[in-house]
Design a protein around this ligand. Structure first.
Ligand SMILES: Nc1ncnc2c1ncn2[C@@H]1O[C@H](COP(=O)(O)OP(=O)(O)OP(=O)(O)O)[C@@H](O)[C@H]1O
Ligand SMILES: [Mg+2]
Length: 333
């Protein structure tokens, strides 16, 4: 047990190394020298060039999930998306939760009639939906203040849950989201799906549409239970799938090493990652407990890294999301 704790505490170090390695890679490709990775990250203009440094690649769909509520799915889904967008990737956030928290994350975005449920509605009537209609429901968020990124959102609203109930009557309802996203995947490098905290058609559709799953858990017993139930559900789905759903990373959110129960839960999660999921420890990302920063950034409708009041703390909390984004990009090379 002690060994795991030691390894877990080393995670911050490996995350740091990963980022430095990635930036070195990127900086070399862009022929820039003497720029530290943090400066490089914050420097205007550099991030928008990173896309050019990597050849464009096939779109990857990543679902962020756990059937336990309030563990940080939305916070991590949105901030991983922002990290990818800041690294010059073309990103679409798909909000499959009728609570619509990720849709509300970005200020200055007006949704009007742009909602994912209109797409499902149209699909239900015609048994198909064309690309132009899907695109007409997507909203672009531009970070004008920082001029450093833009990303697209397919927003949700409260009526999505009811709409999905009606979709149950369709033929193979679990494949509908996959069919919808297939039509627009040439427009994006990454599609990130935020899911609701329960099992159901929304989660099933998201998992079927996905290439990689990111599990998010807090370091407590109840969240770990949610994690195990979600893994079980993925395993069951995989039994009948040709293209298997791959669990790619586990984020331990709001982690504070001061609490014994949190360290115990982290050990348990580490066991799950290594033994059950057969991943290596690089697949575990630890996000620091930082309630006031996360809450203020949400209240301000800004990504953690853009919430400029606490730059140093923001960098520390954002680093795992950035590290995962970089890992995703480097895997494509
Ligand atoms: N790193 C963190 N440190 C402290 N608090 C956090 C952290 N990340 C998220 N939170 C807080 O936890 C709460 C839940 O976060 P979030 O909405 O991302 O969870 P969720 O899993 O998407 O919830 P739901 O299941 O309702 O969709 C929020 O109030 C948020 O401010
Ligand atoms: Mg959420």
């Amino acid at each position: 047990m002690y060994y795991y704790r030691w390894r877990a505490s080393k995670r911050y170090y490996t995350t740091q190394l990963l980022i430095e390695y990635a930036y070195q890679n990127i900086i070399n490709k862009l022929n820039l020298s003497n720029v530290s990775y943090k400066e490089a990250f914050l420097q205007k203009g550099l991030t928008s060039n990173i896309h050019k440094a990597f050849d464009s690649h096939k779109c990857k769909v990543v679902t962020v999930t756990n059937q336990k509520g309030g563990v940080g799915k939305t916070t991590n889904a949105v901030n991983i998306s922002v990290a990818l967008a800041k690294l010059g990737q073309r990103v679409l956030i798909v909000d499959m939760d009728s609570q619509a928290q990720s849709s509300r994350y970005f200020k200055k975005v007006s949704y009007k009639n742009n909602y994912i449920l209109s797409i499902f509605e149209k699909y239900k009537i015609n048994n198909s939906v064309d690309k132009e209609y899907i695109k007409s429901k997507i909203v672009t968020f531009n970070d004008f203040e920082n001029e450093s990124y833009s990303l697209d959102i397919l927003p949700s609203e409260i009526k999505l849950a009811k709409m999905l109930e009606l979709m149950r009557m369709s033929n193979r309802p679990d494949t509908i989201l996959s069919k919808i996203l297939n039509q627009i995947e040439d427009e994006y490098d990454y599609i990130i799906i935020d899911t609701p905290p329960y099992s159901g058609l929304s989660l099933e559709m998201s998992l079927i549409a996905t290439d990689k799953v990111v599990l998010v858990s807090e370091a407590d017993e109840f969240s770990v239970e949610g994690l195990e139930v979600t893994i079980q559900e993925i395993n069951e789905l995989n039994r009948n799938l040709e293209k298997k759903i791959k669990i790619d990373a586990v984020f331990v959110n709001a982690f504070s090493k001061q609490h014994n129960y949190a360290n115990d839960a982290l050990d348990e999660i580490m066991d799950i990652v290594l033994d059950k999921l057969k991943l290596d420890e690089e697949a575990l990302f630890i996000v620091k407990h930082s309630p006031s920063l996360v809450r203020s950034s949400q209240a301000n409708q800004q990504a953690i890294i853009d919430y400029k009041v606490k730059v140093k703390e923001a960098l520390t909390v954002f680093e795992p999301m950035l590290a995962y984004a970089i890992k995703l990009i480097l895997e494509q090379k």
